[in-house]
Design a protein around this ligand. Sequence first.
Ligand SMILES: [Zn+2]
Length: 310
Amino acid sequence: MGQGERGSCRVRVNLDGKLVSLVYGFPCAMHIDPVEKKPLYHFLPGTSILSLATAGCNLHCLNCQNWEISQLDPEDGTASQVPPQTLLDLAKKHGCPSIAYTYTDPVIYYEYALESSRIAKENGIKNVLVTAGYINIKPWKRLLEVTDAANIDLKGITNEFYEKVCSATLRPVLDSLVAAREAGIVLEVTHLIIPTLNDNPRDTARLCRWIRENLGPDTPVHFSRFHPRYKMRNLPPTPSATLDRAYEIAHEAGLEYVYIGNILTRKGQDTICPGCSQMLVSRSGFKVRETLVSEGKCPKCGKEIPGLWK
Ligand SMILES: [Zn+2]
């Protein structure tokens, strides 16, 4: 990359041999969301989370839901100046116990996410990463030190899928997942099922087995419905039957907390105790109707339920 040139993320430029971020402190999107929308179902259920993103991304998924900002040169969009301290003040002002680095990918506004997380943590506000986990292991571990929870996309279980759909590779994502588990943060995984590309039941089973063996059977997994977007408008939305089948496959593979998202359905919405089948958290869309988890445990059988519940 020569003088003045940028990486494929669009937000890092070579200035005199140094890579400089063009988006530090300049989010282009900022909202207050229910934490369930991240999705995180085992982390402070029913609370609001200050959510932000800057322009740019290190992936170029053909189906990106946020391509208007992820595939944007920062100077072509509008952004506000929000230094880390202001983010903290905003979270407090709006009664958000946590901040989410999301929408595009915190990996591309790394320095901003890291510094904001440090300041938030020092002041009792929690930090959430919503990411594809496509990052080198050393900076990833540094970021995990100031992170409380993450939802990491596992977009497929073959390298071929990552190359073809995301312009990326699989291995770094698997390593990030394992490192997040080892860091002891609240970890949930999202897998978007795209018709004809990664909806083969054998691949779904393989993905579930990998999660069980490498992250543990108690890792919450969200199967998410694909909607035709960006450069992938030629494929239909994921049929509800495909998501139902993935739900069954995951349970057969031994996963204990399986959810279905991006679609209106009753199945895969609630948290059920794997020990005694007691309903623990009842949800409707992004709304939490009832939480029965008490001190991190099932009130009926006493099984510990992974997550942060208060
Ligand atoms: Zn129970």
